[in-house]
Design a protein around this ligand. Structure first.
Ligand code: B12
Ligand code: SF4
Ligand code: SF4
Length: 269
């Protein structure tokens, strides 16, 4: 049996080695990893939440037992670099390309580890696996990561984890059985928690994000502008202005608020 800790250690170790071998600057903080049972009934709900054609783990891998989801948070310097201006920063665009590469290599590495232990694996690319008209994917990593318990959704549409929302999500399906994680209860977005924040909406650079609507085509247009700007780097269809310089950029702000409130109470006593 493959242990949860072994897979977790492989993901953290591979990310560290990849960074040391391929990157001139620090791109990532420590990855977060969660596991879902492939038979979790919540996967079926994604056919309503995302799209009727959203795949089930069993569609990707007959005999699927577990879905592994991971979040690779960006280093604070990458996040800060993207705050100013209307265009994405060079570092943000580069981190996007490097992280997609990391997720692809990491998937292959995990595949080899699991296969050498006698299991099968289905890998899914980090992005560009979406319908170009509808801008929706048949395997939404963030919804899958939500099912696995990695975080909850923010007003900016991002999955907010304990290490914030700035970073990239990957997931894979395997026939190995791993004990699933529990989903956290409660919100991680301050708007969803007590309506005390709307900073992501205020920061949107192309009138795509509102409290009650998201214009995905407008958002994509902003991403394509940056893709053109950074074409020398590869395919960097990025923006992310609504993720940076906000309370959920690198932490779960609701948890922080609760800790601060508790400390204030203790001080009063
Ligand atoms: C298509 C796509 C896009 C499209 C459409 C965006 C979109 N919101 O879907 C475009 C090109 C515009 C885009 C832009 C961006 N993207 Co994009 N994109 C994808 C892709 C390929 C599929 C997303 C998808 O199918 N969404 C399905 C739709 C229905 O979901 P949704 O619009 O997010 O809306 C849902 C949530 O808000 C959710 N929700 C809200 N509250 C709650 C509560 C509960 C309980 C539940 C279940 C759901 C829920 O409900 C909505 C409907 O289900 C994924 C990679 C992948 N394969 O998963 C990356 C991905 C979502 N993108 C990502 C990122 C980072 C970006 C950008 C910041 C660009 C950048 N890298 O600089 C912007 C952010 C735009 C924004 N604010 O939403 C990351 C998100 C990381 C994270 N922390 O969540 C992903 C996961 C890529 C990755 N591998 O990390 N993207
Ligand atoms: S910026 Fe504020 S409102 Fe927007 S997702 Fe983050 S915590 Fe929620
Ligand atoms: S990624 Fe850019 S255009 Fe899209 S919602 Fe965020 S700030 Fe607006």
């Amino acid at each position: 049996m493959i242990m949860k800790q072994e897979i977790t250690d492989e993901i953290i170790g591979f990310t560290r080695r990849f960074q040391e071998a391929h990157c001139t600057e620090r791109f990532w903080r420590r990855p977060l990893i969660c596991f879902a049972s492939a038979g979790d009934p919540m996967f079926m709900e994604l056919k309503t939440a995302v799209s009727p054609s959203h795949a089930m783990p069993e569609d990707l891998l007959p005999g699927a037992q577990t879905v592994v989801a991971f979040f690779i948070p960006f280093d604070r310097s990458i996040i800060r670099s993207n705050i100013k201006g209307l265009h994405a920063s060079h570092q943000w665009a580069e981190a996007y390309i490097q992280t997609n590469e990391l997720i692809s290599e990491l998937g292959l590495h995990l595949g080899r580890c699991l296969e050498s232990a006698g299991h099968t694996v289905a890998l899914i690319p980090a992005t560009h696996n979406f319908d170009p008209e509808r801008l929706i994917s048949d395997w939404s990593h963030r919804h899958v990561a939500f099912v696995a318990g990695l975080g909850s959704f923010g007003l900016n549409n991002m999955l907010i984890t304990e290490s914030g929302c700035c970073g990239r999500i990957g997931s894979l399906v395997t026939s190995a059985f791993v004990e699933p994680d529990l989903r956290p209860t409660g919100e991680a977005c301050l708007y969803c928690h007590d309506s005390s924040c709307m900073m992501c909406v205020e920061r949107c650079v192309n009138e795509a994000l509102f409290t009650d609507r998201f214009y995905r085509q407008k958002c994509y247009a902003a991403c394509l502008k940056n893709e053109k700007l950074f074409q020398n780097l590869g395919k960097a269809d990025v923006c992310g202005k609504c993720l940076v310089g906000v309370p959920c950029s690198f932490t779960n702000p609701v948890r922080r608020l609760k800790i601060n409130n508790q400390s204030a109470l203790l001080m009063k006593r």
